[in-house]
Design a protein around this ligand. Structure first.
Ligand SMILES: C[S@@+](CC[C@H](N)C(=O)[O-])C[C@H]1O[C@@H](n2cnc3c(N)ncnc32)[C@H](O)[C@@H]1O
Length: 380
């Protein structure tokens, strides 16, 4: 089996039980591994982990287990079973994340379930290599009517092909997500993510408790936040035409009657908007995928906050989200403080928000807590 020895940087990562070893953290590689082959990680003479190797990726080693004496096929199957079992009680929806990659002990494997449809992303060479075993286990444990592979652009970084395909049975093109008594039309095959932003389920419910008469839903996607608030008037802003068209259908499905959809760019919209709102939701795409883009991401978020806060009534609420672990609670708090100072107001932190529980996060896997948010109140 291929053996990879870490250098001093890699040793620190192993001590922190961080499962991603980058090429700059490696001292030597013995063997000529194929894409996603199982290998052993060494620190000095000690065997410290077993995992997937991809010498063509920046992340050369992804830890499957810190105990090297395991049967990899069996571990994968057991982890899929554990992931499915731990979500059995999530009853307020027909759609959920079944497997959340490293946080469920399955590097690079993301699996969402929409009723009888299963959508998988194999985002690491290791997950891709074990695709048929994974599909077999899901068929057995979940008994779906179909399994679809959604290939993320991130596969390119692993030197894997980017191709969507049916892996088993039949998968619906359209599906109605049911959550917390609300219904949302969604496209499963031709869509952002695996179809719907399942990770915001709980936050939508929390935030909707703080709505007044007028809601502004920025980066609305298919309108879920705004629809939950059931306000007297809701304005949605979304740049994608196909997605913005879904908002109309979803308002109808949920008897929301008084609304306006702006199919355009939020940044431009904020330049000219001067209506006032009691609740504003800002849920942008990830502005910072890595530390290099942190300062431009902060600038973007500050622009959004400053200009949205100007539209917020005194006593109103604003929810701001970041869906990249690079911008977490600390950064959101800093940006919120500096935005409030810039326009001479005070903000109260009402809630710390995070991804829903079917998207678990492990402390030793920093990227697994990728969705954070603040619910703020404009005090004066
Ligand atoms: C994280 S998703 C929002 C999810 C949504 N809040 C929900 O709960 O389903 C971000 C959305 O912002 C849209 N978007 C990206 N850039 C935008 C821009 N500059 N202006 C408006 N919408 C944008 C994307 O098309 C995507 O639908």
């Amino acid at each position: 089996m291929v053996e990879i020895e870490v250098n001093a940087l890699g040793k620190k990562k192993v001590e922190l039980r961080n499962p991603w070893i980058y090429n700059r953290e490696i001292k030597s590689i013995v063997g000529n591994p194929e894409l996603g082959e199982v290998g052993i990680l060494k620190s000095g003479e000690k065997l410290v982990a077993i995992g997937f190797v991809n010498t063509k990726s920046k992340i050369v080693f992804r830890v499957l287990d810190f105990n090297v004496n395991v049967d990899v096929g069996r571990v994968i199957r057991e982890r899929i079973k554990n992931a499915v079992d731990r979500r059995k009680d999530l009853s307020n929806t027909n759609s959920l994340r079944l497997i959340h990659a490293e946080a469920d002990g399955l590097p690079g494997l993301v699996v969402d379930k929409y009723g009888d449809n299963v959508i998988c992303s194999f985002d690491s060479a290791g997950a891709d290599r074990f695709k048929s075993e994974i599909v077999y286990a899901i068929k057995e444990l979940v008994k779906p009517k179909g399994i679809y592979e959604k290939a993320n652009a991130v596969r390119g970084k692993e030197r894997l092909d980017v191709k969507n395909q049916v892996l088993y049975g039949q998968v619906d093109d359209e599906f109605i997500v049911f959550e917390n008594g609300k219904r949302f039309k969604t496209y499963l095959k031709d869509s952002q993510k695996t179809g719907f932003y399942l990770d915001q389920r709980k936050n939508r419910q929390v935030v909707s408790n703080f709505c007044g008469e007028r809601t502004l839903d920025l980066f609305a996607h298919s309108g879920a936040f705004g629809i939950y608030t059931n306000a007297k008037f809701t304005k949605f802003v979304e740049i994608s035409k196909k997605t913005a068209d879904l908002i109309k259908d979803n308002c109808k499905l949920n008897n929301v009657e008084n609304f306006e959809i702006v199919n355009g760019d939020v940044f431009k919209f904020l330049e000219s908007e001067n209506n006032r709102y009691d609740l504003i939701v800002i849920d942008p795409p990830a502005f910072a995928k890595n530390r290099n883009s942190l300062s431009s991401a902060k600038r973007g978020l500050k622009y959004l906050l400053v200009n949205s806060l100007k539209l917020l009534e005194k006593g109103g609420y604003l929810a701001i989200f970041s869906c990249s672990h690079v911008v977490g609670y600390k950064e959101l708090l800093d940006i919120s403080l500096s935005s409030s100072i810039a326009i001479g107001i005070s903000l109260e932190v009402v809630e710390f928000l995070k991804q829903d529980i079917d998207h678990p996060s492990l402390l030793n896997v920093p990227s697994s807590l990728y969705l954070t948010g603040l619910l703020l109140k404009k005090v004066n």
